[in-house]
Write a protein that binds this ligand. Structure first.
Ligand code: NAG
Ligand code: NAG
Length: 351
């Protein structure tokens, strides 16, 4: 596989410099991005991921994304340049440096595709298949950066880069050894990768952290409200808990009965609002008679431990009920007064 060294030599600089690095495949890389954000400021990393699908020997597409901690900073759609999603997504790179990286990345993309096709042919790999790449770095105050680079085939790790060498993943298929052996013969490429991971990536990350810190640490409180959706069936209710306007993205929303989480609630995707905050809805299908007393509970980092709890009575049924009761009372009282008045008049008439 003579193509691999070329691929990596060209590819990684672009990945890195343009910061389209990748995410460890062991943690099921997906374009939707990382969901957990436990990393405190100061140990936030940059990572990029790439997903390339090969349907057959003539059809392929590659997409990718770049992330600063929980924030997506870059996207990369097949056939187009890397798109910056934040005003500060270029970090402290100059226009010229950035243009260079885009150019390098274009070359990377075509050589990657060409080389994987050649690789599939040589090793007789069956189509369709998916290749994922994941790489990144994390800077720590007072310590060396932590770096990673790995690749996966059909969702399973095959290779990672450790120190100065390519290492096979424990359950890698036997053909992966051919690949790693070939790659390890190429000192220059390994030096380049080492440099990219240990120098370029931390530099880029430092620039991103400097410019994006405010957005990274931004805390926006969620608003929550309840509504009912289209009834799922006769005698059933669809309770909908809406949570919107929060940041960062991780949020915990459950339908509860007292302290008990109700299974069977359906959680939608966390969707972006236009202002950079997030929206989520969680629905619950219940028998109409069992909705009373259920509550939607929302936990979010911006709430400082004070969960939002909305109870179903407190929102809908009650409003309807109160209106009905009040109307009914008014009618009764009104009717009573009218009756009493009429009676009195007739007594007076008699008297
Ligand atoms: C390759 O895959 C694509 C997408 O699935 C399909 O449309 C196309 O017909 C395939 N081409 C060949 C030569 O099999
Ligand atoms: C993806 O981009 C490559 C290079 O521009 C192109 O050859 C390929 O047809 C594209 N794939 C799809 C599915 O659009």
């Amino acid at each position: 596989m003579e193509c691999w060294p070329v691929l990596l030599l060209w590819g990684l600089p672009q990945i890195w410099a343009s910061s389209e690095a990748l995410r460890p495949p062991g943690r099921s890389p997906r374009l939707s991005g990382p969901r957990s954000t436990s990393a405190p400021p100061g140990s936030v990393g940059f990572r990029g991921l790439q997903v390339s699908s090969f349907a057959n020997s003539s059809w392929t597409r590659t997409d990718g994304s770049g992330w600063l901690g929980p924030l997506q900073t870059h996207s990369w759609s097949n056939g187009s340049d890397i798109r910056c999603l934040r005003p500060w997504s270029r970090g402290t790179f100059s226009d010229r440096q950035w243009a260079q990286q885009q150019q390098l990345f274009r070359v990377y993309r075509s050589s990657f595709t060409r080389d994987i096709w050649a690789f599939a042919k040589t090793l007789h790999l069956d189509y369709p298949f998916e290749v994922q790449m994941s790489a990144g770095c994390e800077v720590r105050p007072g310590g060396p950066p932590e770096v990673f680079l790995s690749s996966a085939f059909q969702g399973s790790d095959i290779l990672s880069f450790q120190g100065h060498f390519w290492v096979l993943a424990p359950d890698a298929p036997s053909w992966a050894e051919t690949v790693s052996n070939t790659l390890n013969k190429d000192h220059e490429t390994r030096d380049t990768i080492h440099w990219l991971l240990n120098d370029v990536c931390p530099q880029f990350l430092t620039g991103l952290l400097e410019l994006g810190q405010q957005e990274l640490e931004k805390q926006e409180k969620p608003e929550a409200w309840l509504s009912s959706g289209p009834p799922p069936g006769p005698g059933r209710l669809l309770l909908v808990c809406h949570v919107s306007g929060f940041h960062p993205e991780p949020v915990w929303v459950r339908w509860m009965q007292g302290q008990q989480e109700l299974p069977g609630a359906q959680q939608g995707d966390v969707l972006p609002n236009a202002d950079g905050t997030w929206y989520l809805r969680v629905t619950l299908d219940v028998a109409a008679g069992e909705a009373a007393g259920l509550a939607c509970r929302v936990r979010h980092s911006s709430l400082g431990g004070q969960d939002i709890v909305l109870s179903w009575e407190g929102s809908h049924v009650p409003v309807g009920l109160i209106v009905t009761v009040v109307l009914a009372s008014l009618l009764l009282i009104g009717g009573g007064i009218a009756f009493w008045h009429k009676k009195r008049c007739s007594y007076q008439d008699i008297l």
